[in-house]
Design a protein around this ligand. Structure first.
Ligand code: DAK
Length: 257
């Protein structure tokens, strides 16, 4: 791995994945994205990992796809490279993913953060879809996920003007979970990850799947999906343990069974 640093045991049950092309503000070239897809698949299959954090560095989460690499591509090159399968691979991660964002999260960088399940941002974070300024438009979910997250009016303005929004604006518009001082953003993300990592991993997986279902189904279909997952959890030992622990006034010990 050249552009990804993966620490599966960063904290107990919490893995950290760092995008690592600092000189290029973590511009997402094809190699980096391939490495990220492989890393996420590996961590998804690692039983010691319950939650995955993706981060960059203080100056940039990621300033978008690598414009230098993309600039000379033809439509057929883009079709044949088929970056969508790489992005889809990351999207299919079953474990919760939290983006810890500081500095720029632009274009594909903003799209990558939105593909995560939650976003914790430092005060310096800036989110944007500036593709319009280089003659294109978002291509990895920016027009869809941003619109669902912050609504049409705000998304339209960001996508059509390329203007960035601050962490504060991102919080107010519902794009991110919280803002923390820059020196604490990773620690705070870890705390959130550890809270989730203490839960039953089976319940977490099915709950994540169910929340995501809300984005691509009618209410009735979503409710039906939720119900099936809810019933299924009563087949787990973790459900028995969780409820017994409540009754016995002790902390549950979830085993993921
Ligand atoms: N690509 C390549 N290099 C980049 C880059 C990028 N996106 N962003 C920054 N860099 C490089 C700069 O060229 C510079 O390199 P040198 O000149 O030193 O060699 C270095 O990083 C530092 O950048 P700056 O000197 O520009 O730093 P500043 O602090 O002055 O400005 C900035 C920071 C973030 C405002 C500026 O760098 C900037 O505007 N960057 C471009 C942001 C942008 O337009 N992003 C959107 C790119 S398009 C898809 C998946 C994804 C996508 C599309 C399709 N499929 C699945 C099909 C995504 C598309 C995009 O993201």
């Amino acid at each position: 791995m050249e552009f990804i640093i993966s620490e599966p045991n960063y904290k107990p049950k919490v893995a950290l994945v760092r995008l690592n092309r600092p000189k290029e503000l973590n511009a997402l070239n094809l190699q980096l994205m391939g490495e990220l897809r492989d890393t996420m698949a590996e961590l998804d299959n690692n039983p010691e990992v319950r939650v995955i954090i993706i981060t960059g560095n203080e100056k940039a989460f990621a300033a978008g796809a690598d414009i230098k690499q993309m600039s000379s591509k033809t439509a057929i090159d883009m079709l044949q490279i088929d970056q969508f399968s790489t992005w889809d691979g990351i999207r299919k991660t079953k474990k919760p993913i939290i983006a810890a964002v500081s500095g720029f999260a632009l274009g594909g960088g903003c799209e990558l953060a939105m593909l995560c399940d939650m976003i914790v941002a430092s005060e310096t974070a800036k989110f944007g879809q500036p593709e319009i300024k280089i003659g294109v438009m978002p291509g990895a979910g920016g027009t869809q996920r941003l619109t669902r997250a912050i609504g049409k009016a705000r998304a339209m303005e960001m996508v059509l003007t390329g203007k960035f929004i601050s962490a504060e604006e991102a919080l107010q518009s519902g794009l991110i979970n919280k803002i923390v001082p820059v020196e604490l953003y990773l620690n705070e993300t870890v705390k959130l990850a550890q809270d989730i990592a203490e839960m039953s991993p089976i319940a977490v997986q099915l709950a994540k799947e169910s929340v995501n279902k809300a984005f691509d189904s009618s209410l009735q279909e979503g409710l039906f999906f939720e119900r099936k997952n809810f019933y299924m959890l009563f087949a787990s030992e973790d459900q028995k343990e969780g409820m017994a622990a409540f009754v016995e006034k002790r902390k549950p010990e979830f085993k993921g069974k």
